[in-house]
Every structure is written in structure tokens, then in C-alpha cells.
Write a protein of this length. Structure first.
Length: 145
């Protein structure tokens, strides 16, 4: 698959939990992320297929088609296919990103906040808001009910 996106754009598309498949103006797939690859594989669909052949199946998986425009110029389409596992709401995604970053930084709030580009107090506040508390080792766990 030819590279038509910058590394930043690819990283952004790959960060989506849901599958993202981008079609050019002729209906050919020019990019899909790993979640989309999983969805295509599980559905037994050919990633080299044409948009018109894939759309009915992808719609059956809950996919939603979006037209891609730059100003008035139509540059293609993308379909977003929901992933069946993992965080789905923005709050769940945020919590997941904070926890993954905390794990990567040995549960140090300041380093986590710096990496995520947020205030040093935000990770703790967000985790407390979603029902987590610190355990004896300083790690965040689900609060006891």
C-alpha cells in the first residue's frame, strides 16, 4: 500500500480504537489501520477490494461512511468500523490512555502528565473521578464499593 499520509497522520489513524479505512476518489483502499485490518480479516473481506464491494459488509459491522473534503474538493472517503472490545467512550479512552502511560512511567504522575501534555494533577483527578484510588504501593486500582 503506497504511503500517502505523513507519519503524524498515520500515528493518529493508528491510535483510533475503531477501524479506519480510507478510500481514494476511485474507491480503492489507500490506508487502513490495524483495527480495520482485524475487522476485514474477521469478516473474510479482501483488503484489496473495491469500496462498492466492501461497503455492504462493513455497514453490516456498524461502519459509518464519511466524505473527505479539503475545502470544496472531494478527496475520498473513510469508513469507521467500531471495534468490539476496549474502551468506547471518550472518558474510557482517556482513562485507558492515562493508565497505559502510568504503567509506562512506573506510575509516576508527573512524568505521565508531561508525556500526555496535561497538568500534573489531572491524571490523579481523572482517575479518582472514574472510581480509582491509590493502593499501598502507589498504584491506582478500582475503589472498593
Amino acid at each position: 500500500m503506497p504511503s500517502v499520509f505523513s507519519p503524524l497522520a498515520k500515528a493518529l489513524l493508528d491510535a483510533f480504537n475503531e477501524g479506519v479505512i480510507v478510500f481514494d476518489q476511485q474507491g480503492r483502499i489507500i490506508y487502513y489501520n490495524s483495527s480495520a485490518h482485524e475487522a476485514l480479516t474477521e469478516a473474510g473481506l479482501d483488503p484489496t477490494g473495491e469500496k462498492d464491494d466492501l461497503l455492504p459488509e462493513l455497514a453490516g459491522l456498524g461502519g459509518r461512511l464519511v466524505s473527505l473534503k479539503v475545502g470544496a474538493l472531494d478527496v475520498g472517503e473513510a469508513i469507521f468500523v467500531p471495534k468490539r472490545e476496549g474502551p468506547t467512550t471518550l472518558a474510557e479512552r482517556e482513562k485507558d490512555a492515562i493508565v497505559r502511560s502510568l504503567e509506562a512511567h512506573s506510575w509516576r504522575l508527573a512524568e505521565t502528565a508531561k508525556t500526555l501534555g496535561i497538568s500534573r494533577t489531572t491524571p490523579g483527578r481523572r482517575l479518582r473521578a472514574c472510581g480509582r484510588q491509590r493502593d499501598a504501593r502507589g498504584r491506582w486500582e478500582e475503589a472498593a464499593s
